[in-house]
Design a protein around this ligand. Structure first.
Ligand SMILES: Nc1ncnc2c1ncn2[C@@H]1O[C@H](COP(=O)(O)OP(=O)(O)OP(=O)(O)O)[C@@H](O)[C@H]1O
Ligand SMILES: [Mg+2]
Length: 468
């Protein structure tokens, strides 16, 4: 097949994490020059030469663009379109050397956005690449929810949030720490159209005996230290949204009063007499299963039902296939913009991100990206999940601690660092103790350093400036 794609030298796309394209074509020359062309438009290209190879691509669903040839050695490109692992609709282009009315019609009937005929016209291909890249950037930055994620559970959550936001239904958000409960609460407020303020209260962070006056306000002299009149968070959220975080930490007596306020739509300040009418939409959150909390007595059942007109659960990051890489790229976009840099994820990062269990969820991921960004020696950012945990473990010199959720790679690193420390950085004795060659030890140390970590054999430290 002729290859008419010249390398045009178009400037690479603006700073930001590179968009990705998977080129599925058995014509290797074509695939390679299309890859070069995509690279010149700021893309990270990936190649597959058969259906089988493209199926083996774990990150298929994450590609910004899929360029699909129809005549492949093991079948038609259309077969791939019948499978679930595809990128979201509208990000697929059929490229064929043998255009026909029949295949064009089939393409139109599917979520295919382009039907291109070889040889590709550079202007046309370039325009497609730029359009898809711009869309990806927009998706990552301007999503009205501010929550990044294309995985099925996040799509469902996004749809629920959008649907519920304009109503006055109370919403209870549950999910592990760092999964985005507060972000979801803010999104509910933003999309609610309510003119008042968004007020967030962490019920676990305020001393229990002060919580009532903080929430409901107090009158002068109502208790020791209550100097003047004071309106509480409820009044401040009038016309807006009150976010009650860690609701299960609220003392039981206060839960009773809260329920009364919610039922009556009016409150009485601590030490006050008159009732004050309030119009507040309440969103509550807890990082445990709320029904369990009810069973255990941490959350009153009647209050649970009042708070949870709708109960939404934020899935842990490890159950959002592919989202970790999307979020990492978005965080990189932010950091690049902030620092005027153009760093990008190193090859293989997606696999590493997908393999890590992220016990601290998105919060942990954000700080891992930030740390990797700040410590990357060049433009390639290599994210090393769990570096913090390794350092903590490294503080005890003689014991290696493994916890469920660590990957083999992490366990291996931990083993190596501890053994090196034990033998006073002697690589030969370390190798002997671990039953590997000295060369393996050398290589492992080199890999750790490459990943942006300083290995001085006694402690694991993070190179570079402070991280969040
Ligand atoms: N889907 C997402 N896309 C982008 N950023 C996210 C997403 N979810 C969470 N974050 C970010 O992760 C961090 C933690 O989120 P958030 O504070 O909302 O979590 P949380 O569930 O309230 O955690 P905790 O239970 O510890 O209070 C924040 O910086 C937030 O902006
Ligand atoms: Mg929170």
């Amino acid at each position: 097949m002729p290859n008419d794609l010249a390398y045009t030298g178009t400037p690479a796309s603006p700073a930001g994490a590179a968009p990705t394209v998977l080129i599925v074509d058995d014509d290797q020359d074509f695939a390679r020059s299309a890859a070069d062309f995509a690279r010149s438009h700021g893309y990270t290209p990936y190649l597959a030469h058969s259906l089988e190879q493209s199926r083996g691509f774990a990150q298929l669903a994450l590609m910004d663009l899929l360029l699909l040839d129809l005549d492949l050695p093991d079948g038609s490109g259309f077969e791939l379109l019948d499978e679930d692992a595809l990128p979201e609709s509208g990000q697929i282009a059929i490229v064929t050397g043998y255009p026909s009315v029949e295949t064009a019609a089939r393409a139109v009937a599917r979520p295919v956005m382009e039907y291109l005929v070889k040889p590709l016209v550079p202007e046309q291909f370039g325009e497609l690449l730029d359009r898809v890249a711009a869309r990806g950037r927009e998706e990552r930055s301007a999503d009205p929810l501010g929550m990044i994620g294309r995985s099925p559970p996040m799509q469902r959550l996004g749809a629920d949030l959008r649907r519920i936001a304009p109503s006055t239904l109370s919403v209870l958000l549950s999910g592990e720490s760092g999964t985005g409960k507060e972000l979801a609460a803010r999104a509910l407020h933003r999309l609610s159209g309510r003119g008042g303020a968004f007020v967030a209260v962490n019920c676990g962070a305020i001393a229990p005996d002060l919580l009532a006056s903080h929430l409901f306000g107090h009158e002068r002299g109502s208790f020791t230290g209550a100097a003047g009149r004071h309106s509480g968070y409820f009044e401040q959220a009038h016309g807006g949204t009150l976010f009650l975080d860690e609701i299960t930490e609220m003392p039981a007596a206060l839960q009773v009063y809260l329920l009364r306020v919610l039922e009556s739509g009016a409150l009485t300040r601590v030490g006050g007499a008159g009732e004050i009418a309030i119009d507040v939409r309440v969103v509550a959150a807890c990082n445990r299963d709320p029904l369990r909390a009810v069973e255990e007595g941490a959350l009153r059942e009647d209050l649970y039902y009042r708070l949870a007109d709708v109960h939404l659960e934020l899935p842990p990051l490890r159950n959002r296939s592919g989202d970790a890489a999307l979020i990492a790229r978005a965080v990189l976009d932010e950091l690049n913009a902030e620092h005027g840099a153009r760093k990008r994820l190193a090859g293989g990062s997606e696999r590493a991100l997908a393999a890590h269990p992220w016990p601290g969820n998105v919060r942990e991921l954000r700080s891992a990206v930030r740390r990797a960004f700040l410590t990357a020696p060049g433009d390639e950012v290599r994210i090393v999940p769990g570096a913090r945990r390794l350092r903590a473990a490294a503080e005890d010199p003689a014991t290696v601690r493994f916890s469920v959720g660590m990957s083999y790679a992490e366990i291996e690193r931990e083993m190596l660092l501890k053994t090196l420390a034990h033998f006073g950085q002697d690589r030969t004795r370390t190798a002997r103790a671990l039953g590997v060659s000295v060369r393996t030890v050398h290589n492992q140390i080199a890999r750790l350093r490459e990943a942006g970590c300083e290995v001085d054999a006694t402690i694991w430290t993070e190179r570079g400036g402070p991280s969040k």
